[in-house]
Design a protein around this ligand. Structure first.
Ligand SMILES: C[S@@+](CC[C@H](N)C(=O)[O-])C[C@H]1O[C@@H](n2cnc3c(N)ncnc32)[C@H](O)[C@@H]1O
Length: 239
């Protein structure tokens, strides 16, 4: 495979005289393979603690509402929101992950509130202001830095003003193995892209449209994630 970094620095096809090679097709295959083999590093079932905690708090504020889980994978977080009574859409671009998500969530009480949808985060098929909560657990850190704007242009509008945006992503302290050395806050390996965030990044990336309410870093050995709670600003309060 052609190294992504070699091309990513180049700006236009004209400058290099051939089409820009994007990581996304091989990244999509990487996720397809991950779900085909079942060999991936994130849990299939069981919501993470920060998301469970959010749900407990949110229930005190609102007992009903609509939730979107982008890059939902096998639906572990979508199922939690649905079980708690929220009308939930889990969206992912991997059919195999969604098939498994549907199977795991079964026909229980959660199922009535739960819809899994094949789709791409860059083309969200929802009307503006559809959701009270948007969750991204582990998707944004596979979006190239230069595509952050396109991501935000999709995710921002579908959330209601005052709605919550819950984000979990790699911290710069994250390492795939103890000896990993990186010169940049992103890398390409095994055919996919990983981006690593610093605490201050969230205000600079999201601060125009979102109030950053809480940023918490979870670290255990080489595992390091940021869990970020944001609230979409009401119209006219953008700074
Ligand atoms: C690290 S997994 C996390 C899965 C799930 N959120 C969880 O916590 O178990 C990232 C997920 O994002 C999905 N994904 C990546 N890029 C996407 C895109 N452009 N549109 C939709 N889903 C995407 C992948 O298929 C994968 O299921």
């Amino acid at each position: 495979m052609i190294a992504f970094s070699k091309y990513d620095r180049l700006k236009t096809p004209q400058q290099i005289g051939r089409p820009i090679v994007s990581i996304y097709p091989s990244q999509k295959k990487y996720f397809e393979e991950a779900y085909r083999t079942g060999e991936h590093g994130w849990p299939v079932e069981g919501a993470s603690l920060p998301v469970s905690r959010f749900v407990t708090r949110f229930k005190k504020e609102r007992s009903a509402g609509r939730v979107l889980d982008i890059g939902c994978g096998e639906g572990r977080h979508s199922a939690l929101f649905a079980r708690e009574g929220y009308r939930t859409v889990g969206l992912d671009y991997q059919p195999l992950a969604l098939e498994r998500a549907r199977r795991i969530s079964g026909n229980g009480s959660a199922r009535a509130n739960l819809r899994f949808m094949l789709g791409d985060v860059f083309h969200l098929p929802f009307r503006p202001g559809t959701f009270d909560v948007v969750l991204d657990y582990g998707c944004l850190h596979h979006i190239r830095r230069r595509d952050t704007h396109a991501y935000l242009e999709n995710v921002g509008p579908v959330l209601k003003p005052g709605g919550y945006f819950l984000l979990s992503c790699f911290s710069t302290h994250f390492k795939h193995h103890p000896d990993e050395k990186r010169k940049r806050d992103w890398m390409v390996h095994n055919g996919h892209y990983d981006r690593f965030f610093r605490k201050g990044d969230f205000k600079s990336i999201f601060g125009r449209d979102f109030e950053v309410l809480n940023v918490e870093e979870e670290r255990q050995s080489t595992y390091a994630f940021f869990h970020v709670l944001m609230r979409k600003k009401e119209k006219g309060t953008r700074s």
